[in-house]
Design a protein around this ligand. Structure first.
Ligand code: MTE
Ligand code: MO
Length: 191
């Protein structure tokens, strides 16, 4: 695919990697850190950092689109596919949405079928190195097909739900479906 076709409408391509988030960068005590999986699942799960690193991992290259208008191509992430976590947790049939729970009460949500996409991962490395604090150390979600507020930094867990729970930026007016190709920036743009 040409570079041109990869840039969603209204976006501009940049080469640096901006840091964007609400609030403070959390300070993490990695020995106390955990990642939990709960809600409408057969198996509730809890991983320590070292447990997470020992799960089967993949590396993926994907593009990143911030709703404020910048896009960056070919970010190289390493981590654990969402679908691997879901396969371990075994969601009940009624689970149709997942909430991603991050430090400082940041949350976002996506439909389970979106989360099950091959390219949705919980990443712990960027560009061959452990994530830096400002980009989400020790773990962040990456959802390449959605605006980047769905790619929560500093994640601590995931909850499976029957009904959607609207996330931090989405409550504040950003689109819940957040498709950059349809330019769903604000809730009123969403179909
Ligand atoms: N925990 C948390 N994650 C977050 C955000 C935030 O405010 N808090 N902002 C999102 C937004 S709007 C963007 S554009 C990306 C930016 O990721 P970066 O700082 O690694 O470039 O993080 C997303 N993840
Ligand atoms: Mo963003």
């Amino acid at each position: 695919m040409s570079k041109h076709n990869r840039l969603p409408p209204g976006q501009r391509l940049i080469t640096d990697f901006p840091v964007l988030h609400y609030g403070e960068i959390p300070s993490i005590n990695i020995d106390k850190w955990d990642f939990t999986v709960r809600g409408k699942v057969k198996n509730q799960l809890r991983f320590l950092y070292r447990d997470f690193l020992s799960l089967p991992s993949i590396e993926i290259k994907s593009d990143f689109h911030c709703v404020t208008g910048w896009s960056k191509f070919d970010l190289l992430w390493k981590g654990v596919q969402f679908k691997l976590i879901a396969d371990l947790a075994k969601p009940y049939p009624e689970a149709r949405f997942v909430s991603i729970l991050a430090e400082n009460n940041y949350t976002t949500s996506i439909p389970l079928d979106v989360a099950m996409d091959d390219d949705v991962i919980f990443a712990y490395e960027y560009d061959g190195k452990i994530l830096t604090p400002e980009h989400g150390y020790p773990l962040r979600l990456v959802v390449p097909k959605k605006y980047a507020y769905k790619s929560a930094k500093w994640v601590r867990g995931v909850e499976f739900h029957e009904y959607d729970r609207i996330g931090f930026w989405e409550i504040r007016g950003y689109s819940n479906s957040a498709d950059p190709w349809k330019e769903e920036r604000y809730e009123r743009d969403s179909t």
